[in-house]
Design a protein around this ligand. Structure first.
Ligand code: NAD
Length: 453
């Protein structure tokens, strides 16, 4: 079916007001929940075909995430949607003021391939919860997962409510010519700029969930075993193809040897081997080629092996990297971890301040002053102290970037707000109003108003 017709169908359906009904939203959220469970095996199979992601990783980082999202909205939808009573200022007495969370209308979600289910369906779930219709365009790069989502949604939901539009750049470009009420995009900063420009033509608001170079700082005050274990996990999960993966490590010089050994130990312990079914592959040859050209053999401390047939790149640690090297010029988005040493904590923070604002930042230390400096001085989307990646699993924290790493946020109540308009309504009584605001004006009225305001 032509996409213009689908969107028009959604616009007409939205006007019927049915999506504003809380029971309607809950019914469809429950339906999606049941479908995700019933089709779990198909979802595992599709993602495994796309880039060898294991069942364990797919459940923990994708499916369970979506089920948690749905459960959150099923539980909290009533209170989230309830009009919020707020105070009324003196000049509007005797009146009352409320904020209504209004659905926006028709949403366009454009997904990325690296967590294809989570990044496409989590915004769609929040859009449903907030009472919208939605067209989802997943990433064509993870083709099998795109088809799996299209099967689940298009075969079970009316297209004038929810629809998965399969396609690549041409199809996305066609979608961007249409007028949506909000565009939610996850992907690279480069494409984010294309989306933002196209949205401006229609004055469509956007959420841009982008990437960047997210640092992990390790100081001599850290619990080094914990730091190494959590950095290795956060970096090599999904073979480094995670938007919030630690991109590089900034390491205090005095602990360099000791810490590098620990990184090596945990990589070995986690058994990320060429034939392991638990270690994800690189998504395609283009990214594989891009990544292996970033490995300069003279810098390899650990790893560095790869197998193009299997699209396997061994977890690789680069020692004594330099800010000027090519690996430090762009987001790595693969299983290569450069380590740069620093002498003073402040100089490490200053180096980060020289770069674009990252999507995430991580600090490993037990020193209160370092924690305080890190949170106060740096600007980043979100992050952790003494962990990596896990901040995005807490629905009480908004998830999104800042500056080059994005605009807007979602998860939990923030997702609901992202897909709602906060509509203000002041209700006045029809009595008890002094006449002084109405013409004809006089000096006397002005002097009263001056005193009053
Ligand atoms: P991408 O920008 O190449 O593609 C994202 C989407 O945009 C896809 O659906 C694709 O079809 C579409 N697209 C690509 N080129 C386009 C064009 N010229 N015009 C219109 N649409 C186009 O990103 P990707 O490779 O899928 O994902 C990797 C990037 O996404 C990394 O930078 C990563 O950090 C970022 N990312 C961010 C988050 C987050 O939540 N902030 C999550 C995952 C990935």
């Amino acid at each position: 079916m032509e996409i213009e017709k689908i969107l028009q169908g959604q616009k007409d359906f939205f006007k019927t007001q049915q999506t504003k009904n809380i029971a309607f939203r809950k019914m469809y959220l429950e339906k999606l929940r049941n479908l995700l469970i019933a089709n779990e095996d198909m979802l595992y199979e599709a993602i495994n075909k796309d880039f060898g992601k294991s069942k364990f990783d797919t459940f923990t980082t994708e499916i369970s995430f979506l089920l948690k999202d749905i459960d959150y909205y099923l539980k909290n939808l009533k209170s989230l949607s309830k009009p919020k009573k707020v105070g009324t200022n003196l000049v509007n007495q005797l009146g009352s003021s409320k904020i209504y969370s209004d659905p926006l209308g028709c949403i366009l979600v454009i997904g990325a391939w690296n967590y294809p289910y989570q990044l496409s369906l989590s915004p769609l779930i929040a859009a449903i919860a907030a009472g919208n219709c939605c067209i989802l365009k997943p990433s064509e790069i993870a083709e099998n997962t795109m088809m799996a989502m299209a099967t689940i949604i298009n075969e079970n939901f009316p297209s004038d409510y929810l629809y998965v539009y399969e396609g690549g750049i041409d199809e996305t470009t066609a979608l961007l010519h249409l007028k949506f009420d909000k565009i939610f995009f996850t992907g690279s900063t480069k494409v984010g700029k294309i989306i933002y420009k196209a949205a401006a033509e229609h004055l469509t608001p956007v959420v841009l969930e982008l990437g960047g170079k997210s640092p992990a700082i390790v100081t001599k005050e850290a619990n080094l075993e914990v730091a190494a274990k959590r950095i290795v996990w956060g970096k090599f999960l999904n073979a480094g193809q995670t938007c919030v993966a630690p991109d590089y490590v900034l390491l205090e010089e005095s602990i360099q040897e000791q810490f590098m050994e620990m990184l090596r130990k945990y990589i070995k312990e986690f058994k990320y081997e060429p034939d392991s079914e638990q270690y994800t592959r690189i998504i395609n040859r283009k990214n594989f080629q891009r990544l292996i050209h970033l490995i300069h053999p003279e810098n390899v401390y650990f790893g560095g092996h790869f197998d193009e047939e299997k699209l396997y790149i061994e977890p690789t640690i680069l020692n004594n990297s330099d800010w000027n090297e090519d690996i430090m010029q762009e987001e790595i988005f693969g299983p290569i971890l450069p380590v740069i040493s620093f002498q003073s904590f402040n100089s490490a923070l200053n180096s980060i301040l020289e770069l674009e604002k990252p999507l995430a930042a991580y600090l490993f230390t037990n020193n209160a002053e370092e924690k305080e400096l890190f949170t106060r001085k740096l600007s980043f989307g979100g992050g952790c102290i003494n962990d990596t990646v896990m901040h995005l699993s807490n629905d009480n924290l908004p998830f999104g970037g800042v500056g080059n790493s994005g605009i807007g946020n979602y998860h939990g109540k923030f997702g609901f707000e992202t897909f709602s308009h906060q509509k203000s309504v002041l209700e006045k009584t029809t009595w008890g109003e002094p006449n002084i605001k109405y013409p004809p004006y006089s000096e006397k009225k002005l002097s009263w108003i001056k005193r009053f305001l």
